[in-house]
Ligand binder design. Structure first.
Ligand code: TYD
Length: 208
């Protein structure tokens, strides 16, 4: 027996999007807003967020290693398994919000669409890794990948992939949002930070 019951994931919010969409900044602001309202917030990032996950992050992104696509997908899923077990489930069980930079949906966009692996395989791999605990809400910060990339100062191994790769990833995020409209909220991230944050809070049903 692993877990007695899966907690509600309505307070598990993942921010997604291409490089340079502003995920971290917007997620920080939203987390600060929730905290100011008296909520407990656990702020996490993928890959990483746990001791094992940060080691895996180094292997994935330090540029010294080039895992083959299936290994890349498995490593992201392994890091995610630790994050969900060690941070996400305990936080949700305690009634906290979880605000995450990225989630398994990044693997559906980058490893399935981007690397050309089968979407169903990557979905299943991740479902096993996270024991079915997918974010209840996915905020897709929508921006043109070319603009996002131009905002990035130093890219990591995957961030430095070709423009065509990032365009494929961006299209995959759009397709995922279309396929799961109840879970996804798409926000135009090309506007001011204040507008973007206000829209996200409204979408989450948080009063401002
Ligand atoms: P991140 O730290 O969010 O970088 P950025 O802020 O530049 O978007 O993610 C690191 C990189 O890893 C980024 O290029 C996206 C990629 N990535 C995947 O390919 N698959 C995944 O499942 C995740 C979580 C990230």
């Amino acid at each position: 027996m692993e877990h007695d019951a899966t907690p509600s994931t309505q307070r598990y919010i993942a921010f997604e999007g291409v490089e340079g969409a502003g995920k971290s900044t917007v997620a920080d602001r939203v987390a600060a807003h929730l905290e100011a309202q008296g909520h407990t917030v656990v702020r996490v990032r993928e890959p990483g967020g746990t001791a094992v996950g940060e080691h895996i992050r180094d292997i994935l992104l330090d540029g010294e290693h080039t895992p083959v696509p299936r290994a890349e997908a498995a490593l992201f899923a392994a890091a995610r398994a630790h994050l969900v077990a060690e941070k996400v489930i305990p936080a949700l069980t305690a009634g906290s919000w979880v605000i995450s930079d990225r989630s398994a949906y990044s693997s559906l966009a980058y490893q399935a669409a981007g690397r050309g692996l089968a979407l169903d395989d990557i979905r299943r791999l991740n479902d096993i890794a996270i024991g079915g605990v997918w974010p209840g809400v996915v905020v897709l910060l929508h921006t043109d990948p070319a603009i996002g990339l131009s905002r990035q100062e130093v890219g990591d191994r995957i961030g430095n992939e070709s423009d065509a790769f990032h365009r494929t990833v961006a299209e995959a995020f759009d397709a995922l949002a279309d396929a799961e409209p109840d879970r996804f909220t798409v926000i135009d991230a090309s506007r001011s930070l204040e507008r973007v944050v206000a829209d996200v809070l409204e979408a989450l049903g948080v009063t401002t």
